[in-house]
Write a protein that binds this ligand. Structure first.
Ligand SMILES: Cc1cc2nc3c(=O)[nH]c(=O)nc-3n(C[C@H](O)[C@H](O)[C@H](O)COP(=O)(O)OP(=O)(O)OC[C@H]3O[C@@H](n4cnc5c(N)ncnc54)[C@H](O)[C@@H]3O)c2cc1C
Length: 455
């Protein structure tokens, strides 16, 4: 293949392989199970900035699309190069350059594994505070490019709150380095455009991250609420009191039982952990207890249980659950103001439940509202039946979100999964996205499966 020879000249033959590349989009896994195999594509593994630039220049000149690839743990089909396209494996960019313990800044490359980075920080008494359930399978570049959010976001924020600066290679092979921090008003924070761009604007090479000292104390408790609204009201009260809990998660009645919490039928479990200086964490735990009046105290067992199982839904588990013919399952994470959440909960559950299972928990809380995280699963008599039920669930959830003014994605992103709906949410901002995309990437070289497809 001509392209292979030319790419070999840039990276050397050992840095090229041919294989199928897919992320963990459940519909992609289901289609593969039903017989539509992912095509083999060239996977190129650059080892330096100049190689990345040369690959992008070559790709633009030859009209070949390039998808940057991190851990391939995305769940929206953003990483799914088609035949003739190439994937750029970023795993060689795995250096942590600096952990600055005075200024609480970390500089690292985009291919660094998310969990490995957190462990290195922990060794120094620090944390990024970014814990997507998939953390062991992620890279920093992927976490940035999907605009991800982790289990401790109510205290530390999501990835956009952690990124101070970015180093990127633009589609024409030019380079943009991180600007000075900790903040700048010298124009808009343009690096933020790359957060959630799903590799559609260029290749993230490196990042400057804001890190934190590990809390001296963490106190976790569980409360069983007799019904969902009371639990949501408690969450709102906690977040609006100024307390920033390390973790705050409310499971609806079905999800409480599914997760093995010791509750009676209909009860909804709130798991909440306060953290910080010992006396502050204790005082805040006491305040949370007061705000949970009306709920049954469950002690620290739910917190211990949650910690044990926080990474249970792995890539392997997901694939195993989707192995049986006709099985379908997925998760849909929406976000809305507090006043909208009860209606969003009941309507989306009705839309995704079908004759299968529908669960919901609330996490990633803000003063203004919260993420509602739905899981659904079921089976069809045939592959076509399963696909139809799965697509119906997505259509129901997305149209309900748009109708109620909720966001169609809190943290998984767009990819192909939300292609049909992203313009409905973005409205006039879609023009801004397209302007940036066409301006930076006039040949449409960068990931054509990002943001619902833009090639
Ligand atoms: C079991 C499970 C649980 C999950 N839980 C969470 C969760 O709690 N919170 C959450 O936010 N997400 C979660 N996810 C989704 C997923 O882990 C995230 O989307 C993650 O951020 C993807 O990182 P990655 O390195 O695997 O990226 P990939 O899947 O490799 O890529 C994702 C996108 O980013 C682009 N990209 C990757 N690297 C770069 C780069 N260097 N430069 C430019 N573009 C790049 C790709 O082209 C692609 O469009 C979960 C996934 C699974 C399977």
């Amino acid at each position: 293949m001509g392209s292979r020879t030319e790419l070999e000249k840039i990276v050397g033959p050992a840095a090229l392989v041919e294989r199928p590349v897919r992320d963990l989009w459940p519909l992609g896994i289901m289609d593969e199970r039903a017989g539509t195999a992912a095509p083999k594509v060239l996977v190129v593994r650059p080892t330096g900035r100049d190689q990345v630039a040369a690959i992008l220049r070559w790709a633009a000149g030859n009209d070949v699309a390039v998808s940057p690839m991190g851990g391939a743990s995305g769940v929206c089909g953003a990483l799914s190069p088609a035949a003739g396209e190439i994937a750029m494996d970023m795993s060689a960019f795995d250096r942590i350059f600096e952990i600055d313990e005075t200024n609480l800044i970390c500089r690292c490359e985009a291919g660094v594994n998310g969990y490995a980075l957190e462990q290195k920080l922990n060794e120094k008494g620090l944390t990024l505070g970014h814990y997507p359930s998939s953390l062991p399978g992620t890279t920093v570049g992927g976490l940035i490019s999907t605009r991800s959010s982790g289990q401790e976001s109510s205290r530390y924020g999501s990835i956009e709150d952690m990124v101070i600066g970015l180093a990127v290679v633009l589609p024409d092979g030019t380079f943009a380095a991180p600007r000075p921090g900790p903040r700048s008003a010298a124009g808009p924070a343009l690096h933020q455009l790359f957060l959630g761009a799903e590799g559609g604007l260029g290749v993230v090479l490196g990042v400057v991250l804001r890190v934190h000292r590990l809390p001296e104390e963490t106190i976790g408790r569980g409360y069983a609420f007799p019904e969902l609204r009371a639990g949501l009201e408690c969450m709102r009260a906690v977040m609006q009191s100024g307390i920033r809990p390390l973790v705050i998660r409310l499971y609806d009645a079905e999800d409480s039982i599914f997760n093995g919490y010791d509750v009676d039928d209909g009860e909804c479990v709130l798991v909440v952990a306060t953290a910080g200086l010992r006396e502050v964490a204790e005082a805040e735990a006491g305040e949370v207890k007061k705000m949970s009046a009306g709920a049954k105290g469950m002690g620290d067992a739910p917190w211990a249980r949650w910690q044990r199982h926080r990474f249970d839904l792995s890539a392997e588990r997901l694939k195993t659950l989707l192995e049986p013919a006709g099985a379908y399952l997925d998760t849909i994470e929406l976000a809305a103001p507090w006043t909208v959440l009860p209606e969003l909960h009941s309507k989306v559950k009705a839309a995704i439940g079908g004759d299968g299972m529908a669960l919901c928990h609330f996490s990633h809380a803000y003063e203004q509202g919260c993420c509602a995280y739905f899981s659904f699963a079921g089976s069809g008599d045939t592959e076509a039946d399963a696909r139809a039920k799965y697509v119906r669930a997505w259509e129901g959830a997305m149209s309900t979100a748009l109708e109620l003014g909720a966001t169609i994605s809190h943290h998984h992103g767009v990819g192909q999964a939300r292609a049909r709906w992203v313009a409905d949410e973005m409205g006039g901002w879609m023009r801004v996205w397209k302007g940036v995309k066409e301006g930076l990437d006039p040949n449409g070289t960068m990931n054509p499966h990002a943001m619902g497809g833009s090639r």
